[in-house]
Design a protein around this ligand. Sequence first.
Ligand code: SF4
Length: 361
Amino acid sequence: MTNIHDEKLALIYNKVIAGVPVSTDDAYTMLTTNDIMGLGFIANTVKKEMHGNIIYYGVNMNLNYTNICLLRCPLCAFSRDKDDHDAYCLSHDEIVNKIKNAADIDEVHIVGGIHPDLPFSYYEEMIALIKATRPDIHIVAFTAVEYDHIAKKFNIPLDELFQRLKKAGIDSIPGGGAEILANHIRTTIAPKKISGQRWLDVMATAHRNGMKSNATMLFNHIEDTADIVDHMCKIRDLQNTTGGFKTFVPLVFHEENTGVRAKRKEPTGYDLIRIYATARIFLYNIPHIKALWMYAGEKMAQVLMECGVDDIGATYYDEKVVHSAGAKTPAWGSEPFLQHLIYDAGFKPVRVNASYEEIKK
Ligand code: SF4
């Protein structure tokens, strides 16, 4: 006895129960169905099988070390040219002070612009200094776009770069820069950014060098359903080869202060459930689906816990990127705030670092 009314969804449910991977046609069905309760039920079935009644969250800070960026992607509200009055690049002393002042964090999430002038030592020493200051915190650092830039600028093979930065202290890699992998979308929203294939290649190299990563998907701008299916297929295929993705993170595009006009100003609640639930069902080979509360909104993040999501993100003290683009959520969330969201939806909150190691305080 299930709550599924859409006949095609019922067939998908049968596949899921039998452990058969769903197809790309199934992904279309899920991304366009109006049977949202049925879809949520299937995704929740998968989530419960993998994680039971647990919802993960983290206590972390963002470190956006520079907003100066050569690429100036139209999708981005955060980046600046070098001469802009509000352009900045943090010194190592400023970075160490920020880390020292963030007393309770388990993790620091480091991403920045593609700076034209920083030497390689800036990146390597930044990581080593953070590790020396707080050996206990997990360092999640640099998107595939930043790795590509550093490797090319300093003529360091990617394999060697990952080994060096891992030795300096990086523990895992965020999933940014994936946007929508199809190049006909990237040429409009981020024309100077690495291609979708290069993003996948950088991630494959990271995985080969023992670095686990996330994979993001920025949606609700100019993409259509086919682009979303294509994106998820490429991520699923690479995961079948490397097994290096730990989390898939769909991110709602916020257009304020950007150069991209979205087809629709905001996604509906149904849109969000379709995306996250489909991700949970389609990406059967990726352990975690994350709905960052500050992108999806805290109320929707709560609903998504019933629709396949097992991770609502973290406190994100000092977040700048999505709030530059007009996110209306608070700039950061306290641990009790995140715990309340999870308890209030009937789940058990578990505090973890970016590798899903439980933190008991
Ligand atoms: S999205 Fe990243 S690469 Fe693009 S302009 Fe912004 S900071 Fe630079």
